[in-house]
Design a binder for this molecule. Structure first.
Ligand SMILES: NC(=O)c1ccc[n+]([C@@H]2O[C@H](COP(=O)([O-])OP(=O)(O)OC[C@H]3O[C@@H](n4cnc5c(N)ncnc54)[C@H](OP(=O)(O)O)[C@@H]3O)[C@@H](O)[C@H]2O)c1
Length: 295
């Protein structure tokens, strides 16, 4: 049975920093299909500045978004960065000219990706780098990640990375990664309707490791459900605010990185942190998901 908290803390530890639990995911700023150029670069810059002015101090990105473009926009919008801002990036893929997503996990490719992130973000050291494992088309799949993780650990030892995270991994791959380096976060797909990681995220909570769900609002096809709409109406909130509040109450180690190109949606998402879902709402929403742990 899933245990929810009625009071949700507003911050959690990510590496050696404390961040607000509602952050921002910059992926879709790159443009349609996450392949540049963006439709409106000026509004992308404005959204990032608004995010920071609203108190967001955790931004998720990658140099393969665009490619390069999302990081360049972040730099243009926010550099020199506020002291409390934690920028989390990821490596492990590349985008050829046809816009496809191709694994890029060799030592040379990972090293180049770290240097590209440093250059395009205008940083000397990256706060957190996630190794984004290219599993099968449907998500994580088993297989050793020791070699690729060892490369990141070397780059960390060289002082180019402060902390390492992993993305699109199984619990076994996470444990393998932990045997090579401290792992401060896991970024897997999870939201109200995609709950395969229920038991994994509970185990990470016990270890104090941040779980950062990607597609917290459903990604390219935002969540839609009668239960979500009805709870939102009952609480005088929007469905997306309810979806984010549910995640905040789901476990204190969940850090949110909803993406938006709209200042209005951004404000809505930030204020979701003020919403507390009563038990009746949690019960209604609990029926939406496909929890592997509870199947
Ligand atoms: N590790 C990985 O493999 C991986 C994969 C995918 C994504 N990510 C990370 O996860 C972050 C979040 O993913 P995402 O941005 O693709 O998906 P998401 O946050 O689940 O959803 C974004 C979509 O929801 C819409 N939206 C946002 N706020 C809304 C609101 N208040 N009301 C209505 N619609 C709203 C956005 O449209 P509008 O622009 O119109 O608001 C956009 O279409 C990404 O930015 C990226 O950093 C990581």
């Amino acid at each position: 049975m899933t245990i929810y908290s009625t009071r949700h803390p507003s911050t959690f530890t990510l590496g050696d920093r404390t961040v607000r639990r509602v952050g921002y995911g910059a992926m879709q700023l790159a443009g349609p299909g996450v392949f540049g150029p963006p439709r409106d670069r000026h509004s992308a810059i404005a959204v990032l500045r608004e995010a920071v002015s609203l108190g967001i101090n955790h931004i998720d990105t990658s140099d393969f978004y665009g490619p390069h473009i999302t990081n360049q926009i972040i730099r243009e919008a926010l550099h020199p960065y506020p002291d409390d801002l934690v920028i989390v990036t990821k490596v492990g893929a590349r985008r050829p000219a046809d816009g496809s997503w191709v694994p890029a996990m060799s030592r040379e490719e990972l090293t180049r990706a770290v240097h590209d992130n440093l250059e395009n973000l205008g940083l000397d050291v990256l706060d957190v780098v996630n190794l984004r494992v290219m599993g099968d088309a449907h998500g994580p799949s088993e297989g050793s990640i020791a070699g690729t993780l060892a490369t990141l650990a070397d780059l960390k030892a060289q002082g180019l990375i402060r902390h390492i995270g992993v993305s699109n991994v199984t619990p076994r791959q996470f444990a393998e990664a932990q045997s090579i380096s401290e792992i401060v976060c896991v970024q897997n797909m999870y939201n109200l309707s995609q709950r395969d990681d229920d038991s994994f995220l509970d185990a990470l909570a016990q270890q104090g490791v941040a779980y950062v769900p990607y597609f917290p609002l459903g990604g390219f096809s935002p969540l839609q459900s009668d239960a979500l709409s009805s709870v939102a109406q009952m609480l005088g909130a929007t469905p997306m605010q309810v979806a984010l509040a549910w995640l905040l109450q789901r476990s204190p180690n969940l850090l949110l990185i909803p993406g938006t190109s709209s200042p209005e949606h951004l404000r809505e998402n930030v204020t979701a942190a003020d919403l507390t879902l009563p038990e009746e709402a949690l019960a209604q929403l609990g029926g939406i998901g496909n929890s592997r742990a509870e199947a």
